[in-house]
Design a protein around this ligand. Structure first.
Ligand code: GDP
Length: 444
């Protein structure tokens, strides 16, 4: 996950200062030094870092802070707010026309994730904003781009317009606009050609398209893994095309984060979306405040709650919650919960968004956790429906049969039964209004 090292160092620096009740010039300078070093190491642009540290210092030395009840907490807030400012102050969004069709031109270098992002944004606007979307395949340069967009379109249930690689981009765009108007689409997204590097031919082609389409938005995809290159690329594209927003991709990789932290303040172009995986759902609207929380190791509970509301089957959750209130938790409930975790991506991704669990999540071996979950599922699936609801009947011969059926050892079956018993005892405690013992939780 991006920002790991930056997040570690920054959260340590602010923990240090917030642990010291008194704010002195010395501990503040120490913190600022650490903040400066961590930003530079994360590859944040030098001028951006210089201004950042100066701004924090000026605000922290202000009268208000010194006279506040808890000056060190105030300094932490200042650092947080300044990071948020770097990332952009407000949540930027696509500007939809009040009436008629809105058009978006997606631009970017090859491999940055432009075609994938076109489809992700189409899905987002179609499902969340209820827009009737048309995707247009205008990348007639990269051989497989049209096919890729068509495949993605099928997956997300959004129509894709293409005239094949023989027809040039402007001509395709012209026909697509007529087609979209006839069908009363709300939003048309043009996937355009990229190149490995910025060159004149690319810019000319994109400028021609821009003049013809007159898009409402020009969104540039930039790859977080390329660090400060993001800034150079965004500056060039902005000078030539006046881009209106950025989509930062591959934040699921181990990017240091400097590019994302520098680009807004240097180009003044807002980040609209971040993409954090290859799947069509791996796109988030960008919220600078939540990202600042994540960078400072404060978690991002809001995004977690939103994702849970969107992805989880609430009927299942309500049923399990009701049963747990009554003190009931069986293997069937456990199986339901495994299914729910899968819908959220992974336990690790969920934990990363919870304040305090970030580090624990990172140290988790995802493969081990995944395999453990698969093994547990296989064991439960080898039980009869009666056994799943009445685990007390699981004696030696049944356990042997289940172990054979799921290809595991009897010891693994015993371990799972033990886990269920621990869950049951916690459930009973909670239903009777007592808090479970935390050491039991840690053993789960
Ligand atoms: P384009 O040439 O800019 O259109 O790039 P593509 O959309 O074809 O993406 C290039 C590669 O990057 C593909 O393999 C995508 O699956 C992958 N990709 C795109 N976005 C992300 C992302 O956010 N995270 C990861 N890990 N891979 C991504």
């Amino acid at each position: 996950m991006a920002f790991e090292s930056l997040s570690d160092r920054l959260s340590k620096a602010i923990r240090n200062i917030s642990g010291q009740g008194k704010l002195t010039e010395k501990n503040m300078n120490d913190m600022l030094k650490e903040v400066r070093m961590s930003l530079l190491e994360a590859d944040v642009n030098y001028d951006v870092v210089k201004k950042f540290v100066a701004d924090v210092k000026e605000k922290a030395l202000g009268q208000e802070v010194m006279e506040s009840l808890n000056p060190s907490q105030m300094v932490v807030k200042i650092v947080h707010d300044e990071i948020q400012t770097l990332l952009g102050e407000e949540d930027a969004q696509i500007h939809f026309k009040k009436q008629g069709m809105t058009t978006i031109m997606m631009v970017g270098l090859q491999g940055t994730g432009k075609t994938t992002a076109s489809a992700k944004i189409a899905k987002y606007c179609n499902e969340k904003l209820k827009k009737r979307v048309l995707l247009v395949a205008c990348d007639v340069v990269r051989p497989a781009a049209i096919e890729q967009l068509q495949t993605l379109g099928k997956e997300i249930n959004v129509e894709v317009f293409s005239l094949g690689p023989e027809v040039n981009a402007v001509e395709t765009a012209r026909k697509a606009l007529d087609y979209a108007k006839d069908r009363q689409k709300d939003l048309v997204i043009f996937d355009t050609a990229g190149r490995l590097h910025i060159d004149e031919a690319l810019m000319q082609e994109l400028s021609d398209m821009k003049s013809f389409v007159q898009p409402d938005e020009i969104l540039l995809t930039v790859d977080a893994m390329t660090g400060q290159d993001i800034v150079t690329v965004a500056k060039d594209f902005n000078e030539q095309l006046a881009i209106t927003g950025l989509v930062v991709t591959k934040l699921d990789g181990d990017a240091r984060g400097g590019g994302l932290l520098s680009v807004r303040s240097i180009t003044q172009v807002p980040v609209l979306f971040v993409s954090n995986g290859e799947k069509v759902d791996d796109l988030e609207a960008f919220h600078p405040d939540r990202m600042a929380d994540r960078i400072l190791g404060m978690g991002d509970v809001m995004t977690l709650v939103e994702q849970a509301q969107e992805r989880l089957d609430m009927d299942v959750q309500e049923k399990t919650a009701r049963r747990m209130q009554e003190g009931i938790f069986t293997f069937n409930d456990m199986l339901d919960q495994f299914g729910q975790v899968k819908k959220m991506g992974s336990i690790q991704n969920m934990m990363k968004m919870v304040p305090g669990l970030n580090k624990l999540a990172r140290n988790m071996d995802t493969d081990v956790v995944d395999n453990e979950m698969k093994r547990s599922e296989a064991i439960i699936q080898s039980m009869t429906p009666y056994e799943r609801d009445h685990p007390e009947v699981l004696k030696a011969s049944r356990k042997n049969r289940i172990a054979k059926g799921s290809g595991v050892k009897v010891a693994d079956v015993n371990k799972l039964i033990k886990q269920l018993e621990q869950m049951q005892s916690m459930t009973r405690m909670m239903s009777s209004g007592r808090m479970p013992n935390m050491s039991a939780l840690q053993n789960m």
